[in-house]
Design a protein around this ligand. Structure first.
Ligand code: PHE
Length: 476
């Protein structure tokens, strides 16, 4: 039987459907864009190691916790938190945790759509190259034929300098997201994930293998897996924690909301394991796909948010059939981004439906429009408003443009806070019997999970927050 929420929402049609949707939510720009960017900026191996430790020790237990809370609560993120708190004899004010999460997801959606717009830009460019070559009788042409490497990497700067283009691309992506969420859990979200995710995995593997043979694979492996422990500062820990949470779609309302659509007979623990495994594998594969190219063409791994948009086109420029592969690959990144952005929009949409009694279409459209407006500010932050520093008084945001500030604020602060309170709630406040029954865990596994949620997560997240953020705030 499929799960259904208080608002009468139809749930997932099967466990597989839920897994695909949840993996779809997890795998996205976080893996292919954010992970390589942060790993590159933070020195590679040490960051990757800490990131994986956070995924295994905190992320995975929290994925189970959030899906469990959603399914037990059976409503939107705020409603579910209130319900579970009430069932456990706790204050309904725990609903505020749902509100924190939904707000984080909403803010992430606003800049996520802008970055996804960059992906669409490259779908168009490589698509134009491919069809141009096709009509000229050369379907296996490389992408960016005849351009120098500098010209290819320079295209990203051209895009950033063009506010109109950034905004139009951002409209396209947000419209696609709204369209799917408006079509419903079953006919929209689930269908999208079912088709897009498997195709994505196949292409990712093909391109990684290609990179392994043609790029500087050895240097990339050394960069990603040789930890230099002197690079692990509190702020790197904070970045890595934020990235683990971001990538697993934790603390942003997505899993709480999707959890409510899961039927009672699904065993949650192995499902959570699968989501974490798939997500982490894609991040590592994305690194192994991007860094060999970075080193082969002599780009700086610390190149920032533009990094993947400069490396991949370079690969498609030398790869036989690069125009075709490039086009298909950017389409697939677009799909991966889409299955994530719909989970970002679903959280606030479900809440708006329950709260104001709006229909799904209206709720998705209005929430999407407001998020889009915030995204416009992010897009302008690359050109007209490039001097704006939203949180300039705070050390860690002193140098960041609008998009980076939103990204950093949600990732470094809101997600860790949301995760901290999920851990405290599931570890200490929720009815232990309900939690145990819902988790599907028993014996030593249950004790281990409970220890990680009740002790390890709160302590680690608190320490990371205190040491990562305070020095910056105090201006040290
Ligand atoms: N996990 C998604 C990604 O890695 C982003 C996301 C965050 C989706 C939070 C939903 C909730 O791209």
């Amino acid at each position: 039987m499929a799960g259904a929420t208080a608002s009468g929402e139809q749930g997932w049609s099967s466990r597989t459907a839920f897994i695909l949707a949840a993996v779809g939510a997890a795998v996205g720009l976080g893996n292919i864009w954010r992970f390589p960017t942060l790993a590159g900026e933070n020195g590679g191996g040490a960051f990757v190691l800490v990131y994986i430790a956070f995924v295994v020790l905190l992320g995975l237990p929290l994925v189970l916790s959030e899906i469990l809370l959603g399914r037990t609560g059976g409503s939107d993120a705020i409603g579910s938190m209130r319900n579970v708190a009430e069932q456990s004899g706790r204050s309904k004010r725990w609903g505020a945790l749902g509100a924190l999460q939904i707000t984080a997801g909403f803010l992430i959606l606003s800049f996520y759509s802008v970055v996804a717009g960059w992906v669409i830009n490259y779908v168009f460019i490589s698509g134009g190259d491919f069809f141009g070559a096709l009509f000229a009788g050369d379907p296996f042409s490389v992408a960016f034929n005849g351009e120098t490497q500098d010209q290819i990497t320079g295209r990203m700067g051209d895009l950033f300098a063009d506010p109109m283009r950034l905004i139009i691309l951002h409209v396209l992506f947000m419209a696609a997201t709204v369209g799917i969420v408006a079509s419903g859990v079953h006919d929209g979200i689930e269908k999208a994930a079912k088709w897009l995710m498997p195709a994505f995995f196949v292409l990712l593997i093909i391109i990684t293998i290609y990179g392994a043979f043609t790029g500087n694979f050895a240097e990339a492996v050394a960069f990603m897996f040789t930890p230099d422990f002197s690079k692990i500062t509190p702020i790197v820990l904070n970045e890595a924690l934020g990235q683990a949470l971001f990538s697993l779609s934790l603390a942003a309302g997505g899993l709480l909301t999707y959890g409510a659509y899961v039927s009672k007979d699904v065993n949650l623990a192995p499902t959570a394991g699968l989501i974490a495994l798939a997500d982490t594998s894609v991040a590592i594969l994305a690194g192994l796909m991007i860094f060999p190219i970075v080193f082969a063409v002599g780009l700086d791994p610390a190149g920032g948010p533009a990094l993947i948009f400069q490396t991949l086109p370079v690969a498609f420029n030398v790869m036989p059939g690069g125009a075709l592969v490039g086009m298909v690959f950017f389409i697939l990144i677009f799909f991966a981004a889409l299955t994530s952005s719909i989970s970002l929009l679903e959280g606030p949409t479900a809440w708006t439906m329950d709260r104001f009694g709006w229909g799904r279409k209206k709720a998705a459209l209005i929430v999407g429009m407001v998020a889009w407006l915030i995204g416009v500010a992010c897009a302008l932050g690359y050109n007209m408003w490039s001097d704006v520093r939203l949180l300039g008084f705070w050390n860690i945001f002193a140098e960041t443009d609008i998009l980076d500030t939103l990204d950093g604020f949600t990732g470094k602060i809101m997600l860790p806070l949301g995760a901290l309170f999920v851990a405290i709630f599931v570890g200490w406040r929720a009815d232990a019997n309900v939690v145990k029954a819902q988790s599907g865990l028993s014996g030593g596994m249950f004790i281990l999970w409970r220890f990680l949620v009740a002790w390890a997560a709160p302590v680690a997240v608190s320490l990371v927050l205190i040491f990562g953020l305070l020095p910056g705030l105090l201006g040290e």
